[in-house]
Ligand binder design. Structure first.
Ligand SMILES: [Mg+2]
Length: 196
């Protein structure tokens, strides 16, 4: 009688991973209160970095604070037009991002999705079932990484924006928690090599 016990050769299911990217100063050049698609410029190496993440099976999201809407400076349609232009320049297909969250509140308004509110991250954890260490924010501001800290997930800084991110993180007490890299490529590479 042969023993037909199953072998252990069944494919191992890779844990699902996701990256939540800030937009201004992380994917595109930070132009304060940008509302004209003609002003959208990709930061260097961003397309290659996002393609590397995508080909490694990472789900990509965008979470962007756009208080210019809440302040009455422009409307959501202007934000959408800039997002569409960004996607066009990325040239990664119609919809490289699984979800895009635009937080339109002004700072004085009750925060719903405005970073550092962790609501969007919590929704992603709930809806996609990521383990907390398999979901991370990448951003150029303290508020991006404060969002990650409040959601209990990963965070990676990029020094590609207008602010002094290391100083902001030190002020928030998060400088020992999250690394800061000089480019999105290095940040994505760090995420991809972090043990699952
Ligand atoms: Mg930013």
């Amino acid at each position: 009688m042969s023993d037909l016990t199953p072998t252990d050769s069944a494919p191992v299911q890779q844990p699902r991973r996701g990256l939540v990217l800030d937009r201004d100063g992380t994917i595109i050049v930070h132009v304060p209160y940008l509302c004209d698609p003609a002003g959208v410029v990709l930061l260097p190496g961003v397309r290659e970095a996002l393609l590397a993440a995508k080909s490694a099976g990472v789900d990509l999201f965008v979470h962007s604070n756009q208080s210019g809407v809440g302040r009455g400076m422009f409307d959501l349609a202007a934000v959408d037009a800039c997002n569409r232009r960004m996607i066009e320049l990325l040239d990664m297909g119609e919809q490289p991002f699984v979800r895009i969250c635009v937080a339109s509140e002004a700072p004085k308004d009750p925060a719903v999705y405005r970073k550092p509110e962790p609501r969007f991250a919590q929704e992603l954890l709930r809806d996609f079932g990521y383990a907390p260490h398999n979901l991370a924010y990448i951003g150029d501001r303290g508020s991006d990484l404060e969002t990650a800290a409040r959601a209990g997930i990963g965070g990676i800084g990029v020094a590609t924006g207008l602010d002094d991110l290391p100083a902001e993180l030190a002020e928030l007490g998060l400088d020992k928690t999250f690394p800061v890299f000089a480019s999105l490529s290095e940040a994505v590479e760090h995420f991809l090599k972090t043990p699952l």
